[in-house]
Design a binder for this molecule. Structure first.
Ligand code: NAP
Length: 299
C-alpha cells in the first residue's frame, strides 16, 4: 500500500504529545504546579495492564505527574468510591481515569458517575456526555476525539458527506456520532440489529468501525475513496502467532479506501495522546489560568 493511504496515528500522536509537553511546560512555569493524572486499575486483566502501563509512561514523558492506584480484584465498590472521592478532592490530581472493565461485583456506571466532571478526562460522566451532545465545550471521550482529529486532518469540514459508524457504545460509537455531527456530516449509527450492514456501510464517505469483531468489515463494504477509521483491537492467533487486528479486513479494504488507519498504529496511540490533551485542558482550568481551546493546542 502506498504510504499516502495510511493514516499514521503513531506519528500524529507523537506530534501531539510534543505540543502537550510544550504547553505543559509553560503552564508549570506560570503556576509552579504540575498537572497530575491519577490512573486506577482494578485486578489483573492483561490487556488493561498493558494500556495502563502505556498511559503511565506517556504521562511521565510529557512532564506530568502520574498517580497510580493498582488495586486488588477483591476491592469493594464502596472502597473504590471512597478512593474516587479522595482523588476528586486532591489538589495534586487534575485528571482521573478508571480503567475499564471493572470486576463484575462493581457497578461501573456508579464509579464513573462519582468522578467529578471537572476531572473526568475520559469524558464518560453524564454531564460531559450531555455537554458534547449540546455542542458545549466539555471533555470528550479520548478514542472518538482521536478519531475526529485524524479525520479533521484529512477533511476539515464534512458538509455533504455521509458518515457511518458501526457500533453504538457509550465509549466510542455514540460520542463519535456527536463529533461527526459537529463536523457537519450526515451521520448513521449502525449496530448488531442493523439490517443489510454491508449496504449501510457502503454509503459512507467516512466509515468508523468500533465493533470488536476481528476483520468484520470487508473490502466490498467500502465505498471507493472512503476514509476508513478502524477502532477495533482484537487479539487473534494466525499462523501460530498471536497478533492484533482491527474490525476491518485491512488487506481487503486498503485498495478501496482513500485513507485508512492500520491496527496497531492507528487509533490506539491517538487515544492516549487525547487522554493527555484532556489532562492538559483540565489543568489549565484547575490552576486558575485562562482556559485554552483544544484547537489552539492542535494547530
Ligand atoms: N483503539 C482504542 O483506543 C480503543 C478504545 C476503545 C475500544 N477499542 C476497541 O474498539 C472495539 C469496540 O469497542 P467498544 O467498547 O465500543 O465495544 P462494545 O461496547 O462491545 O460495543 C460494540 C458495538 O458493536 C456492535 N456490534 C456487535 N456485533 C455487531 C455486528 N455483527 N454488526 C454490527 N454491529 C455489531 C454492538 O451492537 P449492540 O449495541 O447492538 O450490541 C455494539 O454497539 C473493540 O475491539 C475495542 O477493543 C479500541
Amino acid at each position: 500500500m502506498s504510504d499516502k493511504k495510511k493514516i499514521d496515528g503513531k506519528a500524529l500522536a507523537s506530534d501531539i504529545r510534543i505540543k502537550i509537553k510544550d504547553f505543559g511546560k509553560k503552564l508549570i512555569h506560570k503556576t509552579s504546579k504540575i498537572p497530575g493524572l491519577a490512573v486506577v486499575l482494578v485486578g489483573e486483566n492483561p490487556a488493561s495492564k498493558v494500556y495502563v502501563r502505556n498511559k503511565i509512561e506517556q504521562t511521565k514523558e510529557v512532564g506530568f505527574n502520574s498517580i497510580e492506584h493498582k488495586l486488588d480484584e477483591s476491592i469493594t465498590e464502596n472502597e473504590l468510591l471512597n478512593l474516587i472521592l479522595k482523588l476528586n478532592n486532591d489538589p495534586k490530581v487534575q485528571g482521573i481515569l478508571v480503567q475499564l472493565p471493572l470486576p463484575d461485583h462493581i457497578n461501573s456506571e456508579k464509579v464513573l458517575d462519582k468522578i467529578t466532571p471537572e476531572k473526568d478526562v475520559d469524558g464518560f460522566h453524564a454531564k460531559n456526555v450531555g455537554g458534547l451532545w449540546s455542542g458545549l465545550n466539555s471533555l470528550v471521550p479520548c478514542t472518538p476525539l482521536g478519531c475526529s482529529i485524524m479525520i479533521k486532518k484529512i477533511e476539515g469540514d464534512l458538509s455533504g458527506k455521509k458518515a457511518v459508524i458501526i457500533g453504538r457504545s457509550n465509549i466510542v460509537g455514540k460520542p463519535m456520532a456527536a463529533l461527526l455531527l459537529g463536523m457537519n456530516a450526515t451521520v448513521t449509527i449502525s449496530h448488531s440489529r442493523t439490517k443489510n450492514l454491508p449496504e449501510v456501510a457502503k454509503e459512507a464517505d467516512i466509515l468508523v468501525a468500533a465493533v470488536g469483531i476481528p476483520e468484520l468489515v470487508k473490502g466490498d463494504w467500502i465505498k471507493k475513496g472512503a476514509i476508513v477509521i478502524d477502532v477495533g483491537i482484537n487479539r487473534i492467533e494466525r499462523n501460530g502467532k498471536n497478533i492484533l487486528v482491527g474490525d476491518v479486513d485491512f488487506e481487503d479494504a486498503k485498495s478501496r479506501a482513500s485513507k485508512i488507519t492500520p491496527v496497531p498504529g492507528g487509533v490506539g496511540p491517538m487515544t492516549i495522546a487525547c487522554l493527555l490533551l484532556n489532562t492538559l485542558l483540565t489543568s489549565y482550568k484547575q490552576f486558575g489560568v485562562e482556559p485554552i481551546e483544544l484547537s489552539s493546542i492542535l494547530q
